[in-house]
Every structure is written in structure tokens, then in C-alpha cells.
Design a protein. Structure first.
Lengths: 108, 307
């Protein structure tokens, strides 16, 4: 899973959000690393919706602008957890290993 | 018009790259998100917004924004390669027919009867292009093989027909074989027929307007090298431009990049059969071009397949 897709899904863990709110939440969750442009966000939303990991739950007009609210499906929650577990296991390979000792080199 | 309205109008213009239907369904939502994301005093779209909207829009048109599986992407690349090969194979006889037909009309006489087969080859390969674009792969294969047979027949008859005495003397097999190896259409059609086979077994989605692929024929005649040397003065410049263009296109559709790499393979075989080692620069250009296009395209296909 692409990092952008992962954070787009993760942004929806706490409930439905609209496009701009997903961008801001993903940026916040990634510590500012993932700053999705609108074009990239909608490509990710299309991919994730086609894979039935997301669904549109509400459409409304706010301040004269159309908004769609997206939410995770059960498959989306499962896919997000599976990806998180995979990354956790990968991280454990390094974090649960003792740090290599630094050898002192004697001067000749 | 206020600053905000002007910015919104510019964002709407930037959605040109998306298909009309997509713009109708999602345009207002995307523009709304762009406006929310814009800075307080922003006058015009940023370079990043322009680039992203153009690339994503073109990806949506090409149908590659939806993470097609690597297998589907590869079959899509094969289909595009077959279409490019057939369009290029049509370009040769088309140019040849363009020389023959006006002369016959002007002279009101056929000097060389075998030449009349060239317009027929053009029509048959063009039918193969349309058949493959329409997803009729068996018909496409039959038309491709027929065009190959006609091309070989033209060679055989051209070699055996004496234009002075009008006698027919069949040449030795080796001579026909060597002439066939020096004929671009032989390699293009044979390679296209080979690539159609996996598509018959596992077909891919076809185009809604298959005849539009015929527009690729004159483009091939101008941009790619031909046996008839119509673009001699443009080569190898246009060929390098085509390679560079398909390399950049990987951002939109990696299938096309792989397909362009496959298109060069018959040209490598042709160059080798024409003592390619005497034209080492051209041969190396083709080899490096093929390698770069196929590798870049394969990496792009893998990336596009990720969710």
C-alpha cells in the first residue's frame, strides 16, 4: 500500500471526513511528511473506493461548495490494520534487536 | 471578479485534463477542496497543483488511476504494443501505395502488376489495427497473418517478375529469405502476431472508438524510420524524440512506455539483418532505447499496481 493511501485511510479512523479535512488530518498524522495535493488525494480516494475500502457517506454543500464525506468500510478497517501490523513487524526486526556494541579501536 | 472567483475559475480550467464525465461528477468537489487548501492571498494555482492536476487528469483518461493489477497492466501493455506495431506496419505500405496509385492514375497503365498488392496490404493491416483495437483478437491475428502472407507474396513475385520480358522466373529460396529479412513489415507483422496470442487467451478491455487508432498510421509514417526513407532527414531526431516522449509518459501510463520498448524490438532485428554492426550507433541507440523503455515501464507498472 502506498504511504499516501495508508495515511488517507488512517485519517478516517475517527469518523467520516471531506476532502480537505482528509488532507489536513493525513498531514497531522504523518508529522507533516504527507502533504497531498488535491489531484493526488482524489486519485487515492478513487483507488480506495474502487477497492471498496472507502465509501461516500454524505454529500452536502457548505459555503456554496460541494463536499463529499468519506468513511472507512469494514474492508478498509481490516486493510488498514493489516498494513499497520505488517509495518509493526517490519519495525520490530530492528527495534527489538540489541544495539550493536561500539568497539574501541586501540591506537597502533 | 473577486480574487477568490478568479482563482476558482483558474482551478476549473485546470480540470481540462480529466474526462468530461469525471469533471461533471467530481469537478465541483475537487475545486472546493483546492479552494479550501489555497492560501489567504493566493492569486493563482501553484506549480505543484498545476502539475498534479494535469498528470492525475491524464491518468484518469488513460484509466491508470485505479491501481490496475500488475498482470492487467502487462496485458494492457501487450495490447498497446500490438496496436503500435500494426500502425507502424500499416505506415510502410501506405507510403508505398501513395507512390503507386497516383502514378497509375496519371499513366493510366500498370507498369508493375505486383505493386497493386501494396494497397491491399495497407487495407488488410489497417483492418488488423481496427480489429485489435475493438478487442477482436482472433480477427486481428488472421488479418495480421494475411498481411504477412501478402507482404511475402509481393516480395516473391517482385523477385520473380521480369519487367522487361514479362517472364516469371522463381528465384532461389535464400534470395527471398534474405529480402524478407530486410523488409521492415516482415518483422513488425510477425512480432505483432506473436504478441496477439496471449491476448486471445486472456483478452483486455477494448477501445470504444477503434477506428481512431488509424490516426496513428500517418503519425508513425512521419515519426518512425521507414524502409521508403520518407523521413530520412528527420531521423534519428524524431525517433529519439519518440523514445523521450514515451519515457516521460510513464508518469501517466506505464503500459505505453513498455509498449514503445516492445515496438523497437523488430527494428533491432531489422538492423541486425541489415548488417547492423556497420551502423553501430543506430543499433546501440535502439538497444539502449528498448532497455530503458521496458525497464522504466516495468517499474512504472509495478508502482501503478500499488494501492
Amino acid at each position: 500500500m502506498r504511504e499516501q493511501s495508508y495515511f488517507a485511510l488512517a485519517a478516517l479512523i475517527d469518523g467520516p471526513l471531506h476532502g480537505y479535512a482528509i488532507i489536513k488530518r493525513a498531514e497531522e498524522l504523518s508529522g507533516g511528511r504527507i502533504r497531498m495535493a488535491a489531484g493526488t488525494l482524489y486519485a487515492a480516494l478513487d483507488r480506495l473506493t474502487a477497492e471498496q475500502l472507502l465509501r461516500v457517506v454524505e454529500e452536502k454543500v457548505v459555503n456554496g461548495r460541494a463536499r463529499r464525506y468519506y468513511d472507512l468500510t469494514d474492508e478498509g478497517v481490516a486493510a488498514l490494520r493489516a498494513e499497520a501490523d505488517r509495518m509493526l513487524q517490519a519495525a520490530r526486526v530492528v527495534t527489538e534487536r540489541r544495539a550493536p556494541r561500539v568497539r574501541a579501536v586501540k591506537p597502533a | 471578479m473577486t480574487r477568490e472567483e478568479a482563482l476558482e475559475a483558474r482551478y476549473r480550467q485546470l480540470l481540462w485534463a480529466y474526462p468530461k464525465r469525471y469533471r461533471r461528477e467530481r469537478g465541483a468537489e475537487i475545486v472546493g477542496t483546492l479552494m479550501e487548501a489555497a492560501h489567504a492571498n493566493q492569486q493563482r494555482p501553484t506549480a505543484r497543483e498545476v502539475t498534479t492536476l494535469a498528470v492525475r487528469g491524464l491518468q484518469t483518461r488513460a484509466g491508470t488511476h485505479g491501481a490496475p493489477s500488475a498482470d492487467r497492466g502487462l496485458r494492457g501493455a501487450l495490447r498497446l504494443a500490438v496496436l503500435l506495431l500494426l500502425a507502424y506496419a500499416t505506415a510502410g505500405p501506405l507510403v508505398d501505395s501513395g507512390h503507386i496509385i497516383p502514378r497509375i492514375i496519371a499513366d493510366r497503365a500498370v507498369l508493375y502488376p505486383v505493386e497493386l498488392v501494396q494497397p491491399l496490404v495497407t487495407v488488410v493491416v489497417a483492418c488488423a489495427v481496427v480489429a485489435v483495437a475493438a478487442g477482436r483478437y482472433v480477427w486481428g491475428l488472421l488479418a495480421t497473418l494475411s498481411a504477412l502472407a501478402f507482404t511475402l507474396a509481393v516480395l516473391q513475385l517482385a523477385l520473380s517478375y521480369d519487367t522487361v520480358t514479362h517472364d516469371v522466373i522463381f528465384p532461389p529460396f535464400e534470395l527471398t529469405r534474405d529480402m524478407a529479412a530486410e523488409e521492415p513489415a516482415t518483422w513488425l507483422l510477425a512480432f505483432a502476431a506473436l504478441l496477439i496470442l496471449p491476448l486471445i487467451r486472456r483478452p483486455v478491455r477494448h477501445t470504444r472508438r477503434p477506428a481512431l487508432w488509424l490516426l496513428g498510421v500517418p503519425v508513425c509514417a512521419v515519426l518512425l524510420p521507414t524502409h521508403w526513407n520518407v523521413t530520412g532527414e528527420l531521423q534519428p531526431g524524431t525517433m529519439l524524440a519518440v523514445i523521450a516522449g514515451f519515457l516521460m509518459w510513464v508518469a501517466v501510463d506505464a503500459r505505453a512506455t513498455v509498449a514503445a520498448g516492445l515496438l523497437l524490438i523488430p527494428l533491432i532485428l531489422l538492423a541486425l539483418s541489415l548488417n547492423g554492426l556497420d551502423q553501430a550507433t543506430w543499433l546501440w541507440t535502439l538497444l539502449i532505447g528498448t532497455g530503458t523503455l521496458v525497464t522504466t515501464g516495468a517499474v512504472g507498472l509495478h508502482r501503478q499496481a500499488q494501492l
